[in-house]
Design a protein around this ligand. Structure first.
Ligand SMILES: [Zn+2]
Ligand SMILES: [Zn+2]
Length: 315
């Protein structure tokens, strides 16, 4: 019996792992990885580099020590996802149901009735904007609250980046991020379920999927890479370009706590944390010379936040 459960657990974990390459909602979906090559080639030509193959498949970027820490985190976090996060999504549905019920109680049944198309478009926009704002606020908190920064350091300790570095996050941050997503999903779905007379269905999600598809096909996976892809200056006030996120990983103190946005740059623009590509020259990734050596292995990254916090408590 126990053996069967372990087998089931391992199957679920491998499924979570496989989804990184086979699901269109993931930035590492193999189609985006391939389509990004066109953008990589564009930057390669622009920067007049010599070997395209070496530029794309640089050893240090894919099989260096920092890259292996990314891979270990993906493996480790897949177990957390199966054990803790997947069951939590039930609460997202519960929250949407309760929000719908609450609105019914407040304003009565079918007070408003949006058409299907209006629901799909407005639900996609609302979920994107509300979700993106939540991500910005959580990310800002990760940088500004010392306890949370200890855990978020793991994402910033990468000294080389490839698209999988996106998933190099401490399990505690993974849980917090997912709680944020569940909250946003629950409230937004509940509100639109009410406004549309319970029309939120898998077809409504099609709008969200199309938006994610468009966003991800514009080099979203190059944010975590050495490919300096920038957008037009005016566009970088609205959307975070790959190079802008690379600035977020810079070890230069002038770039600390900047470009915290996920998809949209407007939050950074509004709150004064925006840096555009034209404002920067070189970018070195990592926590800086004094901190980098303390975060070179998977175990150091996993345990240092707890050790540091205990240290803080002692002083
Ligand atoms: Zn950060
Ligand atoms: Zn990042």
């Amino acid at each position: 019996m126990i053996l069967l459960n372990i087998q089931d657990f391992l199957l679920k974990c491998s499924d979570v792992l496989l989804q990184f390459l086979t699901t269109a909602s993931k930035r590492t979906y193999f189609v985006y990885m391939l389509s990004s090559l066109i953008l990589v080639y564009y930057v390669f030509r622009k920067e007049k580099r010599k070997s395209f193959l070496n530029y794309v498949l640089h050893k240090k970027v894919w099989i260096g020590k920092s890259a292996f820490v990314d891979y270990y985190f993906i493996l480790f976090n897949s177990t957390i996802k199966v054990l803790l996060i997947a069951p939590l999504f039930i609460y997202g549905l519960k929250l949407s149901f309760e929000t719908n019920e609450y609105l019914n109680h407040l304003f009565g049944y079918e007070a408003v009735q949006l058409s299907f198309t209006t629901t799909m478009i407005s639900y996609t926009i609302a979920l994107t904007i509300f979700g993106d704002f939540m991500t910005y606020i959580l990310h800002l908190a990760m940088h500004k609250i010392p306890i949370l920064w200890e855990f978020h350091k793991v994402h910033h300790s990468a000294t080389t980046m490839n698209p999988f570095t996106q998933y190099r996050i401490h399990p505690l941050e993974l849980i917090l991020n997912n709680l944020g997503s569940i909250f946003v999903f629950g409230i937004t779905t509940g509100v639109f379920d009410y406004l549309s007379g319970a029309q939120i269905s898998k077809w409504t999600f099609a709008g969200v999927t199309v938006f994610t598809l468009i966003f991800n096909s514009w080099g979203a996976n190059l944010r975590h890479s050495h490919v300096r892809l920038r957008f037009y200056n005016f566009l970088e006030y609205l959307f975070i370009s790959p190079l802008q996120h690379q600035v977020h990983h810079s070890d230069n103190p002038a770039h600390y706590d900047k470009n915290l946005g996920s998809k949209l740059a407007i939050w950074d623009w509004l709150f004064g944390t925006l840096v555009r590509s034209e404002q920067i020259k070189k970018v070195h990734f990592g926590l800086g010379k004094s901190e980098n050596p303390k975060y070179t292995s998977f175990l150091q990254n996993l345990l240092n936040p707890f050790k540091n916090l205990l240290g803080i408590r002692k002083s």
